[in-house]
Design a binder for this molecule. Sequence first.
Ligand SMILES: C[S@@+](CC[C@H](N)C(=O)[O-])C[C@H]1O[C@@H](n2cnc3c(N)ncnc32)[C@H](O)[C@@H]1O
Length: 400
Amino acid sequence: MSACFDKFCQLDALLTQEKAYWQFMPFACQDYPWRHSNPELSTWLDALSELDLALLLEDSAALVRELAVFLPVLPEMHQLADIPALAPVSDVSPRLPRGLDVGIPGRKWLQILAFNAVLPSHQLPWLEWCAGKGYLGRVLAACHHTEVTSLEWQQRLTQDGQLAANQLGLPMTFIQADAFAPESARVIKPDQHAVALHACGDLHVSLLEQVAAKRTAAVSVSPCCYHLIRHEVYQPLSKPAKASELRLSKHDLRMPLQETVTAGQRVKQQRFVEVSYRLGFDALQKHLTGNHEYLPVPNVQKARLKHGFTDFCQWAAAQKGLPLTGDIDYLHWQQQGEARFREVERMELVRQAFRRPLEMWLVFDRALLMQEAGYQVSVGTFCDKPTTPRNIMIHAQLEK
Ligand SMILES: C[S@@+](CC[C@H](N)C(=O)[O-])C[C@H]1O[C@@H](n2cnc3c(N)ncnc32)[C@H](O)[C@@H]1O
């Protein structure tokens, strides 16, 4: 059995065993789900200062170290989720013609160079799936001197991409099409190297499935937006994932993307106000209606929050057709919301520790799909996290 298979099965067993710590919606929980089963963790979380919480959110190694005292499986899970950096096949940047990066945002350019540098060169035509303006395709065409077909849904992007490719004299052909349309399958051919940089959810999954069906020579994808799927719940791809007990909702699938961005003080304060208002209103509506379910309220204009908690509750109640009658102690419910915000933050902190293991479960599911179809698969990172947190590449080539 392959290393991917072993790691997948071990991660699957541990994620299933520990799902009380990550597979839940903090907003909808009145208290830590582990309050009684893991009281030491609850006490530690309650005592955690805001500063320590912020520091741990930004340092996942420290978070795993600290939480391992209460959740001893975490280091093993992170070891299983740890993947190597893919070795660059070449450093092509010096050989690229001038002007190739015109219009490409700086970080995207670095991602593309890094992605290209680890791609094995099979000297095959390229298929660029969900290409945008074909920024990656430009580098592939210029660097490997082989034709690139770039498929993209948005007409404006294909037009701009084709224009730029023509001006640069690159052998690129854009096709404006929906990747899910049956006709799009026709562009996937056996003698090709298909690539998808950050094609969302089902878009990269459908590419892998169609590549496997067409016996395409090679495919390299960097997955992102796992939650952008057409079904309500995740559809496992490989045999071990189909046999797993885990059922992943869209909320679960968002977790790998909930990277903590170091937000500035103003943004943090705005989030505190909005989230604590929502939680305070929820506590109030539960009290008034006897309903125990979390009641989601639509997006709110940020300017509205400046009018205070009472105004927010009146607006939210109107949205939900809920009469606000009687003498309501708004200050009390605002304070309830603030206390709940503190708890929700601490629940999210615990879920953070399972983020990369869950992402690797999803990545190994994709890798195993290709292995089962007879491909040799490698999985690794193609760039560092600051360049993009979605830095994983799955490369599969058909075994001869
Ligand atoms: C996150 S962007 C990535 C673009 C490019 N690969 C890159 O890394 O710069 C995803 C692209 O997929 C395209 N897209 C979304 N749905 C699509 C579909 N059904 N068929 C084809 N392209 C689609 C979007 O228009 C967008 O350009």
